[in-house]
Design a binder for this molecule. Structure first.
Ligand code: DGI
Ligand code: FE
Ligand code: FE
Ligand code: FE
Length: 187
């Protein structure tokens, strides 16, 4: 399936507001990909499909997590986390995406993880800072673009963790490991 066909399908499946978010993520991901020498085409594919499972039925997602042997810990955390790995599953089974890096970028777009690829970072960051995001601090995150992909990624996952902590929401271990990985990398 080519990018335009994927976009059309996503448009039909998601509410308008979510589709507008997807278009913002596509633009931002392609822009970051250019700047940081990541495949624009892969960034675009992952961005188009990243939230494809956002409105999938929870019981169905639960059954996929079990039957596809995804991380069982997901089921002990907020169901909001499930659309990312289930989205990767749909990208593969329904949209024919084979590229593991693209699938991982979708799979980890909500939590991040240790040792992310540059493509994974691009999609994670684009999801957070695309133009329709309005939270306080988003402009500062956007401006970190000039300081490099890792600086931007570390600040992004830090922001997400602090946001969840401020709301007393449990943070999924992958996000904490992701942040620690950047801190340790700097020594
Ligand atoms: O799907 P989006 O809204 O574009 O963004 P997302 O996939 O990055 O995040 C979806 C939601 O998941 C967001 O409201 C915050 C929440 N979330 C992300 N990480 C965690 C989390 N919720 C909990 N409880 N724990 C997490 O680690
Ligand atoms: Fe998402
Ligand atoms: Fe996100
Ligand atoms: Fe998103």
């Amino acid at each position: 399936m080519d990018h335009n066909q994927m976009l059309q399908t996503v448009k039909e499946r998601l509410p308008e507001k979510r589709y507008i978010h997807v278009l913002g993520v596509v633009d931002t991901a392609v822009d970051l990909a250019k700047k940081f020498f990541v495949s624009e085409s892969k960034a675009k594919t992952a961005a188009i499909l990243h939230d494809i499972a956002k409105f999938s039925d929870r019981d169905w997602m639960k059954s996929i997590i079990v039957s596809e042997n995804m991380d069982p810990l997901l089921l002990e955390y907020h169901a909001e986390l499930w659309h990312a790995p289930v989205g990767a599953y749909l990208a593969k089974t329904e949209f024919g995406v084979e590229d593991e890096d693209v699938l991982n970028a979708i799979r980890y777009h909500t939590t991040g993880r240790e040792n992310m690829s540059d493509l994974e970072k691009v999609v994670y960051i684009a999801d957070l800072v695309e133009p329709n995001r309005k939270f306080s601090g988003v402009e500062e995150l956007r401006q970190l673009k000039e300081q490099g992909l890792d600086v931007m990624m570390e600040a992004s996952v830090k922001h997400s963790i602090e946001f969840l902590e401020s709301k007393n929401q449990p943070v999924f271990p992958d996000s904490l490991k992701c942040f620690k990985y950047f801190v340790q990398q700097k020594g």
